[in-house]
Ligand binder design. Sequence first.
Ligand SMILES: [Zn+2]
Length: 309
Amino acid sequence: MDIQFLGTGAGQPSKARNVSSLALKLLDEINEVWLFDCGEGTQNRILETTIRPRKVSKIFITHLHGDHIFGLPGFLSSRAFQANEEQTDLDIYGPQGIKSFVLTSLRVSGSRLPYRIHFHEFDQDSLGKILETDKFTVYAEELDHTIFCVGYRVMQKDLEGTLDAEKLKAAGVPFGPLFGKIKNSQDIVLEDGTEIKAADYISAPRPGKIITILGDTRKSNASVRLAVNADVLVHESTYGKGDEKIARNHGHSTNMQAAQVAAEAGAKRLLLNHISARFLSKDISQLKKDAASIFENVHVVKDLEEVEL
Ligand SMILES: [Zn+2]
């Protein structure tokens, strides 16, 4: 499981940072990639990665500001042009209005897609659990921005324990159907009368990962709730230390507020994105240093950077 950042800038693209988008790569887990936001030029950024657009099965939109959605029509259209590949459906989750934005863009531009899009729109009253599969559950909660905006909490379900094949062989269990029985937690008795307790040969289930990805927001209690015990929290940092007032006025956060959220939530790791083009490289190291005084495990991400979870 990895997160690859496709655009880490705030508001408008700069040479170094494109507008918002990131890919949660779940290739080992479910052979899918989930996109979070899709600012203009996201498809160009994807060309610089190993991500195959066809693998993008779900797109989650945090809010309808242009720097988070203007890349959708282009990405969706290009996704149709991959010859010799099966056309697979796609799900889009987002605030009410996302469906009309996408369908209008496709209609007026005469774009026809050879695959289906399933829209899952929500508003203030229909948040909470928005998706559950056999391996993941996704929750959304409203943040505090200038328009309706949400954050997502992606929870991987606990992973089954694995069978210790070497230990079973050593105990005299012949390789074959008995292994399957033990894997299904069934105790068995060997021909010589030896009792084999399945629990002794299966490792404990591993807790699934928790990934919290927030849209634009002022510091809010919802952010903390979404990030409780998260393995990783992706939080915007449009402003720096001392800019709390201007951040509030514009519906954004500073690096310090992001760090406070991570600390209050007991998150393990904080990744700062949505970085203003005003910040030069020396400012970026300062952003990190200042935030680290509140929450140590913090990092300011760059475009195309890949973070293993
Ligand atoms: Zn915004």
